[in-house]
Design a protein around this ligand. Sequence first.
Ligand code: KIV
Length: 256
Amino acid sequence: MNVLDFQACKARQEKIVMLTCYDYTSARIVQDSDVDVILVGDSAAMVMHGYGTTIPADIEMMCRHIESVSRGTENKFIVGDMPFLSFRQSRTDNMRAVASVMKAGAHAVNAGTIAHIVKSGVPVMGHLGLTPQSVNQLGGYRVQGRGTGAAGVLRKEALACEQAGCFAVVLECVPDELAAEITESLSIPTIGIGAGAHTDGQVLVMQDLLGLSSDFKPRFVRKYLDGKQLWRDAFNAYASDVKSGQFPAADESYGQ
Ligand code: KIV
């Protein structure tokens, strides 16, 4: 997968599969899967570091995760999230932040200020709708683009992303008819999360898909594994074996 394949997938009406990933071990497994694109999202702040929002993510945090994922993959396209306010500084500082993310191993960035970054030769994936970094401004995690006015704004923003040179755009938590309409109207692919079935691709947070996240399950998440239960069962089996003396066995120990 490279940046040109996004357009090719849209032309062939072939869905793009994106998944978040933050660490080397998981990246090795994604490498062996049919997932096309890895998003090293700033959701790392929440699912890897336990913060309540994505706002505490910074460039150092993002770069460490991108480097780990990059070491675990060979040919997966990696999109690195630009964390909160990192692309709202002076142009020099914005570009320094973009450079750090690209040098860490990303092939593209997911960012808000687009044109200058694109002109600098860095592929940009736009992000519209519920952008978690703006949660304070949006008044919480709620569906965006409902109602004529808000839908119009989102349509315009999507077109602006395309015109500024984005190679794709994430649509997060928007009504499915609006996502379908935007998808139809753009020449670049849309990747949806909570945006219905008619976008050009889908993205999910890995921990949500694996059933490892908290008990709060947004409507758009599909759990493909009861990971929490499976992990707990494994931990309990280990604890029980240690306590009963069944672990380690002779063939798990070294002789003289
Ligand atoms: O940070 C992230 O993981 C994201 C996805 C949910 C799209 O932005």
